[in-house]
Design a protein around this ligand. Structure first.
Ligand code: 5GP
Ligand code: ZN
Length: 113
């Protein structure tokens, strides 16, 4: 498996990990585009949202709950943040391991895209 995010999850490749639990791992984006830019990934290799099965609803739930935990840890719960999940070619997904971007610490552009 040559997946960079699987390697960060396993510890084979170093990452600035902020949170880890049974289902997910959260670490700082190596190329931040906001003062706070954290990626939340499932510990299990799932290529994208498209790869989540109904049997993995616990993982899907853990991903969303981790967004809230990260916002709290980063001190951006009150000020707010943006959550992005790029998916597939049109979504400009570059790493083929499902990840949620949590962006905050400054006002985001008002528009999407
Ligand atoms: P995507 O376009 O797939 O949603 O974004 C992938 C994100 O992963 C990018 O923001 C990029 O900076 C980040 N990234 C790529 N490789 C690494 C890495 O090795 N470590 C970390 N921490 N982030 C990475
Ligand atoms: Zn992976």
């Amino acid at each position: 498996m040559h997946c960079i995010f699987c390697k960060i999850v396993s510890g084979e490749v170093p990452g600035h990990v902020l949170l880890r639990n049974e289902h997910v791992c959260a670490f700082r984006d190596v190329n931040p585009v906001a003062p706070s830019h954290v990626l939340i990934v499932p510990n299990k290799h799932l290529a994208s949202i498209e790869a989540i099965s109904a049997a993995e609803a616990d993982i899907a739930g853990a991903l969303l709950l981790a967004v809230k935990d990260i916002a709290h840890l980063e001190g951006i719960s009150e000020s707010g943040y943006r959550v992005i999940v790029n998916t597939g070619e049109d979504g400009h997904q570059e790493v083929q391991h499902l990840h949620i971007h949590v962006l905050g610490g400054a006002p985001m552009q008002h528009q999407l895209g």
